[in-house]
Design a protein around this ligand. Sequence first.
Ligand SMILES: Cc1cc2nc3c(=O)[nH]c(=O)nc-3n(C[C@H](O)[C@H](O)[C@H](O)COP(=O)(O)OP(=O)(O)OC[C@H]3O[C@@H](n4cnc5c(N)ncnc54)[C@H](O)[C@@H]3O)c2cc1C
Length: 409
Amino acid sequence: MQQSKPAAREALTHDIVIVGGGLVGASLGCALAPLIERYGWRVAIIEPAPMAVQPQETTWQPSFDARASAIAEGSAQRFQQLGVWEAMRDEATPIKRIHISERGRLGATRLSADELGVAALGHVIPNAWMGRVLHQRLAQLPLEWHCPAKVEQLTPVAGGHHLQLSDGSQITAGLTVLADGGRSGLKEQLGIGSRHESYEQTALIAHVGVSQPHGGMAYERFTAQGPMALLPLPGQAMELIWTHPSGGEKARMALPEREFLLQLQRAFGDRVGRFTRVGIRHTYPLSLVTAEEPVRPGLAVLGNAAHALHPVAGQGFNLALRGVMDLVEALEQGVQAKRPLGDITTLQAFEKQRSRDRANVIRFSDGLVRLFGFSFPLLPHARAAGLIGLNLVGPLRRGLARRAMGLER
Ligand SMILES: Cc1cc2nc3c(=O)[nH]c(=O)nc-3n(C[C@H](O)[C@H](O)[C@H](O)COP(=O)(O)OP(=O)(O)OC[C@H]3O[C@@H](n4cnc5c(N)ncnc54)[C@H](O)[C@@H]3O)c2cc1C
């Protein structure tokens, strides 16, 4: 760990500073609204990309790219608490059923909202829309925006952290929340290490047209090359998440549309009829990254900066949103106990709460990738038996569904 010199106590300019206004930082800004109102906190968000509030806005933060995310029912409830769900649902497609299968095997398991007595198992929402709704809500709150600006230097000082911004401003805050996605180098600047395990896989993402109505079905299909998923979008369109062994995606990115669709058809089969078109294709290298010190005095690390997961189970943002809500709850409890913001007792209580949830979700997503990634001779049969068995065993399947819905930690 990098040793930082004990700094002289500096006057705080802000109570809380959020580094990064992506999905997670923006959600935290919204979640802090009642506490800002109650305690008159001075809160700032720093974000290098422009705010996504203008309808003609075309530049997106990394968070708000062409992806659509599977938002669990539990996250929809959390968005409701933040006052953004009504607007989010305008572009949300409900997931009514989930179909999990392995290519070339009989085993399949099905989860349905009807069977579980819920309106939807989750919702698919374009990231760009989520960003716009969150930023529109933030624009109504008494929060300061430093945008476009990025944090260049983050230094611990007595009672908090000092931040040097690219626009020349300086901030000293009692609590700094690092929601920068983990690629800015700020964690490293502070000497916070990360465990990094590459899956040697790259996800290819695109919108695809399908010839049959999807009926709100989400598909998770395990293939020899890696998992692929199709999430329902409005009309006869779906979001494709197609995992490739790293390097293997390059040829597919370069394929003409017709050939791409043929290969997709071969890999996925005909459960959604014919694939009729493909939109712009994007790729994401996949790794499991976890921050070794998610909290320190005056500092909390959230979202991708704290944990980047394989998207196989669509859990990364759902997990992060639970972190956002838990942090706000811990801060409230800290205030009740008359502890200063950024007090390590408060942050450790928060981390204790997070660590179990995080470990469970990592075990779940990572376990799925590994279970279906191995090719020992007997494993496919065991997996198929598992999938069939899961379909027969009600409570197990319901447990899986509750986790997919973000209702279970
Ligand atoms: C292919 C794929 C599919 C996924 N699908 C799902 C899904 O279906 N469901 C789900 O729950 N999750 C999903 N995820 C995970 C989800 O996308 C992430 O959890 C989420 O985007 C993390 O958001 P974030 O705000 O932490 O980080 P980011 O999205 O990286 O945002 C970080 C922000 O910080 C800003 N920033 C960077 N450096 C600085 C700096 N120096 N100063 C200030 N600001 C800075 C950036 O501009 C950016 O706006 C998926 C991930 C991938 C890769």
